[in-house]
Write a protein that binds this ligand. Structure first.
Ligand SMILES: Nc1ncnc2c1ncn2[C@@H]1O[C@H](COP(=O)(O)OP(=O)(O)OP(=O)(O)O)[C@@H](O)[C@H]1O
Length: 498
């Protein structure tokens, strides 16, 4: 371990760690600090994505992660994490075995499509010729997202050109969009880890083209809230929409289909408080149906495992896998801050400065070589008329006072009903609101239907930063220049904070 002074008199805290085979270096960062990690020798990976030797990878925004090695390695770490330690107790060999079983399913599925001989089934169970479509369930902080990343990255690295689909139905996570969205994306390159503001890597929707060479093209629907219980019916519908889109995509791509898919879920699918019980089983069923799930992985939760065995064990593989001791308990305040980082990154991009003492060039952020300010986005603030965008809220009335109703009449709003929000009415809830801008509705009027809005994917997100009621205008912050006039938007419960 060494601490040294550079010519600029900045304290540089750099030290080397030697990792034994099958062990990992775990770290946690405080706000406003960054950490750089360089692989000096050997092989290492972060949630399944390999590190290139000699490159400094940078981490920030309270990132918590681990560098794992199968064969042993030496890494050089610069910066001051709040927590750092080595551990040789990891569930990685279990995860690798799961990967091998999934890989076998892919290979058999492809052989069946190509009409070549189907390899022998090495396991005990007859696994058929279906590609793996995996649902990952587990309680809060069990490491579901990390497991999904590891399994996806191993598939991408398998050397078979698999392009698995990663599905994120955890709206508090945000995936490649903003928190409140549920999405799916084909994964062509390993998902890098550098900040919780982009747990699943950066998306093409907000980054300019020149930095998004390996960016993903996710399909997103806007749920608009962090919590599943806010509107389970809407969630159910969006899950089914995602599933339908994926089935359409695969219709003419029998080989592509063989890579399978991995579904990351919110912890509320596993929570067993009695009030949420019905909903969560309905949500699990919605996923099983929508994504034609044939493998369920339960991360570290015996009761849920037994429940899933009972419900689905006769139709598919249900497997309990160990939780990693490295998974960090994230509290509500941390999750709140991460939502803020995610929204901010969506609009402004994010450049992480390397820790003091490292040159600001020559580091890698999120898998992209980002020498200068290329991850900085310049969002636009535009003033639009109230009438230019039609804004809906799903299944919640906020505006018209009940006194406007006939005496004795109760307002009945179905959970799924899109209601127009009138910005000119006080209490519209639009000030500082995040809106999802939807894809255009069907151009063929005869194909339209009342709830079509629920089935339109989100093409981008904007924030309303000012409302001028007397002049009927609002200021809208948007990461990309396209015109908003005539667009349809949905507002949820996420707020923009500078
Ligand atoms: N082995 C590890 N070492 C260090 N940090 C880890 C490790 N595994 C996971 N983490 C971190 O712990 C946190 C929680 O993990 P993760 O997001 O995978 O859990 P989750 O079950 O998906 O969470 P949620 O409760 O949000 O659904 C994340 O910040 C993740 O990066």
């Amino acid at each position: 371990m060494m601490t040294m002074d550079t010519s600029e008199n900045v304290s540089v805290h750099t030290r080397q760690w030697t990792l034994q085979p099958e062990s990992e270096y775990r770290f946690e960062l405080d706000p406003n600090t960054t950490l750089a990690i360089k692989l000096v020798s050997g092989h290492a990976e972060i949630f399944g994505a390999e590190l290139a030797e000699g490159k400094a990878y940078i981490f920030g925004q309270e990132c918590k992660a681990a560098v794992f090695t199968w064969q042993g390695c030496t890494i050089e770490v610069t910066g001051h994490p709040s927590v750092e330690y080595l551990s040789d107790e990891t569930p990685m060999s279990i995860y690798a075995n799961v990967h091998l079983a999934l890989e076998q399913m892919r290979v058999r599925a492809l052989a069946a499509v190509d009409g070549s001989p189907i390899p022998e089934d090495e396991g005990d169970d007859a696994i058929g010729i279906d590609p793996p479509r995996v649902l990952v369930l587990g309680p809060e902080n069990s490491g579901k997202t990390s497991v999904c990343k590891i399994l996806t990255n191993y598939a991408v690295r398998a050397g078979q050109d698999w392009v698995p689909i990663y599905v994120n139905v955890d709206p508090s996570e945000g995936g490649w969009a903003v928190p409140g969205a549920v999405s799916a994306a084909p994964i062509t390159a390993p998902i890098q880890t550098s900040t919780p503001a982009a747990t699943l890597g950066s998306a093409a929707t907000s980054a300019p083209n020149h930095v998004s060479s390996n960016a993903l093209l996710p399909l997103s629907y806007w749920y608009g809230h962090a919590e599943m219980r806010r509107n389970p019916l809407l969630m159910d519908r969006l899950i089914r929409n995602l599933g339908e889109n994926i089935r359409d995509r695969y219709e003419n791509d029998a080989e592509g289909r063989c890579a399978g898919l991995i579904v990351d879920t919110p912890s509320s699918f596993a929570a067993s408080s009695s009030s949420s019980n019905d909903h969560r089983l309905t949500m699990i069923k919605a996923c099983v149906d929508a994504f034609q799930i044939n493998v369920i992985l339960v991360v570290g939760h015996e009761k849920l495992n037994v429940e899933m065995q009972r419900t689905y064990g006769n139709r598919m593989a249900v497997l309990k896998i160990a939780k990693s001791g490295g998974v960090v308990e994230l509290d509500a305040a941390y999750r709140e801050r991460v939502h803020k980082y995610q929204l901010h990154t969506y609009f402004y991009g994010h450049v992480m400065q390397p820790p003091p003492g490292l040159p600001s060039k020559a580091y890698v952020q999120g898998g992209e070589q980002t020498p200068d300010q290329t991850m900085h986005l310049s969002p636009l603030s535009a003033s639009v008329n109230f009438g230019d965008i039609v804004i809906y809220r799903i299944g919640e009335e906020t505006m018209a006072p009940s006194s406007a109703l006939p005496i004795g009449a109760a307002r009945v709003v179905s959970e799924m009903q899109p209601l127009v929000v009138e910005p000119a009415i006080g209490g519209s809830g639009l000030y500082n609101a995040i809106l999802a801008i939807l894809a255009p509705p069907n151009p063929d009027e005869s194909e339209r239907y009342d709830e079509e809005i629920l089935d339109l994917p989100a093409v981008g997100f904007v924030a309303i930063t000012a409302l001028d009621i007397p002049n009927r205008r609002m200021t809208v912050l948007s990461p990309s220049p396209g015109s908003l006039i005539g667009r349809t938007a949905i507002v949820g419960s996420f707020e923009w904070q500078e």
